[in-house]
Design a protein around this ligand. Structure first.
Ligand code: SF4
Ligand code: SF4
Ligand code: SF4
Ligand code: FES
Length: 1015
């Protein structure tokens, strides 16, 4: 909080400046003094339970003993962090804890990483005469991932508070009272029966060995493990994690408070789903198909064969890059594709579904990426508009951070989604349009902003083009409140409240005389707007006679956040509407504002940046644009070039490569780190299989023998992210290092080495093949990355994070090692917020787009079906636990156990009518799909609106189960048409009803990787 009043405190004779009311503990940490503590976690509300953090401060009555974790610092305060009096106090506390703590350190998971051990040593407590026997309780398995040994618990409450305040799950609680106080899942449940997300943060923050993980294999003492700071390989938040390894095994994943943009928080995937690294199922050696069987070969043999076969098919080769490999690897792959094989047929898995949102931003604003960054949106936005699928599931750590800031800083959250999302728990307003009508709703909100006089005309005049046409188009009858409410199903008063909240940065929700919107937590019933008794003329009169009070420094910023990819994806037109609305209120180009689509995988954005798409060279130069030739010139001067010329026309995307393979237009494919048999944007996985079988040659490069690799002529075993150096670019344009923790396992090679091996065999010189040298080459070729280098990316930047607490401030400086593009040269600090001065369009102005009424077949169909006997309107989404095709997450012991089945979310009244009991198997039939129904587990609760349903399925299931896969395509239009809902019929599954959920066999093909983690 850079603008908070700064004060000066003197700590052990050293002066330090911190924001007023900073906790003394946090102020001490600013100068490197870490006060002992059990119960405090920076960023959480003070608890003051253990008193270990005692210090002396100068008070009115002389030096006073206080707990530093709950005492706010004031101007001129003096602090003594250690002297005899303080030491004695801490020694007494340690003696008290030592009376009944079991001394079983040699067999404790926390041995070597335990505060009780550390402080016992520091304060000379080595066994007390007053020892009393501990009540001996057996260790308990709280969930497949988490164990609890109650005897070791020091009742610091860190786990309970972390779970509540940081994660927002509230899955743990204190039980019993007095000396019997314990932590547990409420009512003795398993954590699986609570909102626990299995994130493991309770284990991470436990200062002793009470909570531990079955997944992190602490078979090696902590002090033996080398800790490697790297970037998580799952989603695109870009969390910094620390891999603990010895003897070439990764044993555990840890995180540090204040480390990385994630501030030491991880989700279940980042912490517990890394067991794929040392899986016994990893590919170990190259394989070549002989007599129909894949048999082991040498690297030279395999690479020679790959190069000669690809060379033989030149002109008819397709290459699939990966959102999981590094920027350097993707860059080299597209270079070998273009310069070595002479084709633009390169794409990556998953690009098609998120491309429309990014393309809209590119065309209207200049860059195809989110405009702001995650830190500033959570710190500075006054109003957050979360639209589309649930970021709490798709980008968990950002969802965690956002809910925390919304609760602590009283930000306003508006959720737009046909289904209740976890984030609705903290929302001021939930708008639940029919799926497919989001564009109409956003335009309706923009129309209210216009009618209410909340347009930022000065901004429109100075920074945008085409604004008058856009505003005129909003005045169409189809965007009247009556029409928008009828089409979307959202009550007029809620549309009005959404408009005011967004346009005023969360300071005002509209005329007080209007019926106020209902808080999401009080929404047990249908909110079908067409039945609402609002009168448009009255509402408009009130809007026109109402003026919200504008703060002296203007309204706070508002931001828009949405997942760019998934089964429930916004249409490109909805993204246009959101961008228009943001421009109309001046909410682009300022910190805390913006339009922010979150891409899915760890390096989706990097794959785009590196030119792994058929129409663009690295740095988004269209292959057919004049300036693309500049890059060609750079490459022509390069001895790497062996292909005669790179075609000036865009190549084929992944789906069209598959179609071309069917027709023999593509004869060879090189697929890296992808599994298109499960994931290609084609409903029929058999069609993909058959197309790939028609190829003359298929080479797959991956870390597992996935469904696509099973069809290959050559399989090249690749190293995982833990075995390589490089960079990832997170969804917020943040380039961060990937660092090597262990050597490539078995005979695997890094993707970079494999790609270079193929390129060299194609005759390319490839002077730059080390990760560092390739990044240096990228810096020369891609202006957005001009200032990037390994040495700069290894430097720590301290980012202030000040969080207001009740009557105090929690203040820390996040340690972040990254640069955000555009970063033009070595002096450029990077660009956390785009378009502060001008847009990156040729004119420097944002291009607004006129809108017109949505003639939605979806709406008509939906209206026709609402209330039809036995019919529910369903949308589809991915759950939290699995990840994309499951190549990695299927290998995870934890993920395959916590939520392996598809889930059908359904309202209790609908469930009663259909005879469906909570948590039992149901059979779902989808309109227009013949054949087997989809089997799912029911989740019955009232926050699903009557008449609607939500089917949570995994991408892996969409690939392996024909019915699920077809359902996905029935529920979602690929290629930018976005989400819709379709009628479904649900009934109890015959012969399976009332079977407790836990007794069902997982449908996921989970592998238990290491026998030592069997429960
Ligand atoms: S794993 Fe995460 S969500 Fe579950 S109890 Fe622990 S902190 Fe809470
Ligand atoms: S389990 Fe650990 S974190 Fe939770 S109260 Fe006990 S000691 Fe503290
Ligand atoms: S939020 Fe994303 S990047 Fe962070 S730990 Fe989870 S999967 Fe990894
Ligand atoms: S850390 Fe301050 S009272 Fe526990």
């Amino acid at each position: 909080m850079a603008d908070a009043k700064q004060i000066t405190v003197t700590i052990d004779g050293i002066k330090v400046q911190v924001p007023n009311n900073t906790y003394v503990w946090d102020a001490c940490r600013q100068i490197g003094i870490e006060i002992p503590n059990f119960c405090y976690i920076p960023g959480l509300r003070a608890f003051g339970a253990c008193r270990m953090c005692v210090v002396e401060i100068s008070g009115r009555k002389g030096w006073e003993l206080v707990t530093s974790c709950s005492t706010p610092a004031t101007e001129g305060m003096e602090v003594r962090t250690i002297n005899e009096r303080v030491w004695e106090q801490r020694n007494m506390i340690m003696e008290a804890l030592d009376t009944d703590h079991p001394v079983d350190c040699p067999i404790c998971e926390a041995n070597g990483d335990c505060r009780l051990q550390d402080y016992g040593y520091e304060y000379g407590v080595v066994g007390t005469d007053n020892r009393r026997p501990k009540i001996v309780r057996p260790a308990e398995r709280l969930s497949p991932a988490i164990d609890l040994d109650r005897d070791r618990c020091v009742v610091c409450g860190r786990c309970v508070r972390e779970c509540d305040e940081v994660v927002g799950a509230v899955a743990l609680a204190f039980v019993e009272r007095g000396v019997e106080t314990l932590i547990d899942a409420p009512f003795g449940k398993s954590l699986l029966e609570t909102p626990c997300t299995s994130c493991g943060m309770c284990v991470e923050v436990c200062p002793v060995g009470a909570l531990s993980s079955r997944i992190n294999l602490k078979m090696e003492h902590h002090w033996w493990q080398r800790k490697t700071e790297t970037t998580c390989t799952y989603c695109s938040v870009g969390c910094t994690i620390k891999l603990g390894s010895t003897r070439n095994q990764v044993y555990e994943v840890r995180s540090d408070d204040a480390l990385g943009v994630n501030d030491g928080v991880t989700c279940v995937k980042g912490r517990f789903a890394m067991d794929f690294i040392n899986s016994n199922n990893r590919l170990g050696t190259p394989l070549i198909r002989r007599d129909g069987q894949l048999v082991r070969s040498t690297w030279d043999e395999a690479l020679d064969l790959v190069a000669s076969k690809l060379n033989a098919s030149k002109g008819a080769v397709g290459v699939v890059a990966s959102p999981k490999i590094t920027n350097e690897e993707n860059y080299l792959l597209q270079k070998v594709t273009r310069l070595g094989l002479g084709t633009n047929n390169i794409d990556y898995d998953g690009r098609a579904t998120e491309a429309p949102a990014l393309k809209v931003l590119g065309e209207m604003l200049g860059y195809p990426a989110m405009t702001n960054n995650l830190l500033d949106t959570r710190q500075k936005a006054g109003c957050v508009l979360h639209i589309g699928d649930s970021i709490y599931e798709t980008h968990p750590v950002y969802g965690n951070q956002l809910q925390r800031m919304i609760r602590l800083m009283d930000k306003k959250l508006v959720v737009i989604s046909p289904r209740w999302l976890k984030m609705c728990e903290w929302a001021t307003l939930w708008l639940a349009p029919h799926a497919g009508t989001e564009e109409t709703l956003v335009n309706g909100i923009a129309r209210v902003i216009l009618d209410a006089g909340l347009v930022n005309q000065e901004y429109l005049d100075s920074r945008t083009a085409n604004s008058a046409d856009y505003l005129n188009s909003l005045r169409a009858l189809s965007f009247s409140l009556t029409e928008v409410s009828r089409k979307t199903g959202v009550p007029m008063r809620d549309i009005v409240a959404g408009a005011y909240l967004y346009a005023t940065g969360g300071t005002d929700n509209g005329p007080n005389d209007l019926p106020q919107p209902t808080h999401p937590s009080n929404l047990p019933v249908s909110r079908n707007g067409s039945k609402a008794a609002d009168n448009e003329a009255n509402v408009l009169n009130q809007i026109k006679s109402y003026q919200p009070r504008k703060p002296d420094n203007g309204f706070p910023p508002s931001t828009v956040i949405f997942p760019a990819e998934g089964p429930y994806t916004l249409t490109a037109k909805a993204v246009v509407a959101l961008t228009n609305m943001a421009l109309t209120t001046g909410n682009i180009g300022r910190a805390g504002a913006g339009v922010n689509p979150l891409v899915s995988d760890s390096n989706c954005l990097g794959a785009n940046d590196m030119g792994c798409q058929p129409g663009y060279f690295p740095g988004y130069r269209p292959v057919n644009a004049d300036n693309a030739r500049e890059m060609e010139e750079l490459w022509i001067a390069d001895p790497d070039r062996v292909a005669p010329e790179v075609p000036a026309d865009p190549g084929l995307d992944l789906l069209h490569m598959i179609e071309a393979a069917e027709l023999r237009g593509i004869k060879a494919m090189w697929i890296v780190g992808s599994n298109p048999v499960l994931s290609a944007e084609e409903p029929d996985s058999n069609r993909v299989r058959e197309a790939l079988k028609k190829l003359d040659f298929l080479v797959v490069q991956d870390i597992f023998l996935n469904e696509t690799a099973e069809l290959a002529d050559v399989v090249l075993p690749a190293a995982s992210f833990a075995e390589k150096e490089g960079t990832y670019t997170s969804t917020e344009r943040r380039v961060q290092r990937v660092r090597q923790a262990i050597q490539p396992v078995g005979a695997t090679h890094t993707d970079l080495a494999i790609i270079a091996g193929v390129g060299e065999r194609l005759g390319m010189a490839l002077p730059a093949v080390s990760p560092k040298d390739v990044l240096d080459e990228i810096a020369k070729v891609v202006p957005l990355y001009g200032g990037m280098s390994f040495s700069r990316l290894d430097m720590t930047e301290f980012v202030e994070d000040a969080i207001p607490m009740p009557a105090a401030v929690s203040y820390k400086q996040l340690k972040v090692k990254s640069l955000m593009w555009p970063c033009i040269d070595r002096l450029d600090p990077g660009t956390p917020v785009l378009y502060k001065e001008k847009f990156a369009t040729p004119s420097g102005k944002a291009q607004m787009v006129s809108t017109k009424a949505l003639q939605s077949e979806t709406t008509e169909r939906m209206e026709a079906n609402i209330g039809a006997e036995g019919t529910l309107m369903a949308t589809l989404g991915f759950p939290l636990f699995p990840f994309r095709t499951g190549t990695l997450s299927r290998q995870s012991y934890a993920l395959s156990r916590v939520e392996p089945d598809p889930r059908l979310h359904i309202n209790s009244k609908d469930a009663a009518k259909l005879g469906i009991v909570d948590q039992t198997p149901v059979q779902v039939t989808i309109e227009g799909i013949e054949g087997d129904p989809v089997y799912a587990i029911s989740l019955v609760y009232d926050r699903v609106l009557e008449g609607r349903a939500f089917l949570a399925i995994t991408l892996e299931q969409t690939g392996t189960n024909r019915a699920v896969r077809e359902a996905r395509y029935a529920l979602m239009n690929a290629y930018g048409d976005g989400a819709k809902a379709v009628p479904i019929w649900v009934r109890p599954a015959p012969n399976m009803s009332n079977t407790p959920m836990r007794e069902l066999q997982p449908v996921a093909t989970a592998n238990v990787l290491n026998p030592s983690i069997q429960p």
